[in-house]
Design a protein around this ligand. Structure first.
Ligand SMILES: [Fe+2]
Length: 449
């Protein structure tokens, strides 16, 4: 099927199945799954066509500039997808503040890939929080998660009132069937699911493993480009929002809500994914990381890693993000007389990294696909001995870093390890030793290199 075809296929059981996408970042999109379902020239007609209900989903306060909101035309208003709530325990999904007394977050940490378990896990039960930062109640900070998913959610739906979710698959393929349409993602792609949007996650190819950045704060946006100008990095046209897709499906179902760090379940009699048409600029997206056009040094030295920012979530303090999502992918290294890997450093920002595939240049060993590392606020780190020696003695011709894709969730707030990250996840006890064999080379001799 044409990727952008505005068509929704409805299965005999009433489920929408066909993904289709509209290109552009933060466009004011409009899409309808049935002809004429979208009112023209106004938002709130006295009666909507097909007997639909009009409803606005607001992602910002009304007076924000620009406001982010989407008008939905749906089979039932959302209040019909909401009954009494009961608390639900999801013990592995944590929210900030979550400071564990006997778990030390001060340190350089690295984890092997978390193996899949024999227990069937869904998007909700398979979420494993690694770190939390800030405070979910004041809507600042973030959490980083690992997901291990083997089972589709069946007649079960979810939304987070707390957060926007940035999903980074590492293994397997997932389908996000959302109120506003269907997004399929696989490794090398990401999805952004906005706060408040209801969805169900299905496993298209499993088991699925990946990473999630849960953003409590202001939404992700494209970074300012400064002197780079209008092109390269993540180009707006490569972000894709789904076309409308609805379900007319009346079966006993559950809707789980994450609200101020707690989970609540409500029982309803139908699928809440019943938006037949919508227009607006508050929508989920997917993005293919292979479209990210990296920019770097073309003569000597290299810029700060901020040059590789895909998306940034502002914190209110200009230039100091609540979260930066940074991508380290294939690129040519051409700088002359330069130590090319990342230099040794110590930052105010806290850096959570994950490896999607391949080998990361500062850590040829130990940081493997599916693995993660954490370098917390003001803790020194940098290349290991092998990377340092190799880069210091390399013959510096043009060299392509190939078969590599890692990312960083970087936040201005310290990241606290969860009990799972400190005690259950496959933490590498010897990570700190990767710098142990770095030699003292200085002996006072002028001109010695
Ligand atoms: Fe770093």
């Amino acid at each position: 099927m044409n990727e952008t075809a505005p068509i929704t296929m409805i299965q005999s059981d009433g489920r929408a199945t066909h993904p289709g996408y509209m290109p552009g970042w933060a466009n004011d999109f409009e899409t309808e799954a049935l002809p004429g379902a979208l009112p023209q020239g106004m938002n709130s007609p006295q009666k909507c066509d097909y007997g639909l209900y009009g409803e606005q989903l607001s992602g910002t306060a009304f007076t924000a500039n620009p406001p982010e909101r989407t008008w939905c035309y749906r089979i039932r208003p959302s209040v019909k997808h909401s009954a009494r709530y009961t608390m639900l325990e999801l013990p592995y999904w944590k929210s900030a503040p979550n400071v564990i007394e006997d778990v030390t977050s001060l340190g350089q940490y690295r984890w092997d890939p978390m193996p899949h378990s024999e227990t069937p896990l869904t998007w909700l039960t398979g979420m494993r929080t690694m770190t939390t930062a800030g405070d979910v109640n004041t809507q600042v900070g973030m959490a980083s998660h690992l997901y291990l998913v083997t089972e589709s959610m069946k007649d079960a739906y979810f939304y987070s009132a707390d957060s926007e979710l940035l999903v980074v698959p590492q293994e397997g393929r997932l389908r996000f069937a959302t109120e506003l349409g269907i997004i399929d993602i696989e490794p090398k792609e990401i999805a952004i699911i906005p706060r408040g949007l209801v969805y169900r996650v299905e496993v298209l190819e499993g088991p699925a493993r990946g990473f999630v950045c849960e953003n409590y704060g202001q939404k992700f946006e494209l970074p300012g480009r400064g002197p780079i100008g209008a092109n390269c990095l993540a180009n707006p046209r490569d972000f894709k929002a789904p076309v409308a897709a609805y379900e007319d499906r009346e079966v006993p179902s559950t809707l789980t809500i994450k609200w101020c760090g707690q989970f609540h379940e409500t029982r309803i009699g139908q699928s809440p994914l019943d938006v037949v048409a919508w227009h607006g600029n508050y929508a989920p997206y997917k993005y293919d990381l292979r479209n990210y056009c990296p920019v770097g040094a073309v003569l000597f030295d290299h810029p700060d890693p901020s040059i590789f920012t895909v998306l940034t979530a502002p914190s209110g303090q200009p230039g100091t993000a609540n979260i930066d999502f940074v991508l380290f992918r294939e690129r040519w290294m051409v700088a002359e007389n330069t130590f090319r890997p990342p230099w040794y450093h110590k930052n105010i920002m806290s850096e959570l990294m994950g490896n999607i595939y391949g080998e990361y240049d500062a850590k040829p060993q130990g940081f493997v696909p599916g693995g993660m590392s954490l370098h917390n606020m003001m803790l020194p780190h940098g290349p290991d001995r092998e990377a340092f020696e190799k880069a210091s003695n390399a013959n510096l011709g043009p060299d392509k870093l190939d078969n590599t894709m890692s990312f960083m969730f970087e936040t201005r707030f310290p990241q606290h390890l969860t009990e799972f990250a400190g005690k259950e996840a496959p933490l590498q006890d010897d990570y700190i030793d990767c710098w142990e064999t770095l030699e003292k080379k200085f002996d006072g001799t002028p001109g010695k290199k």
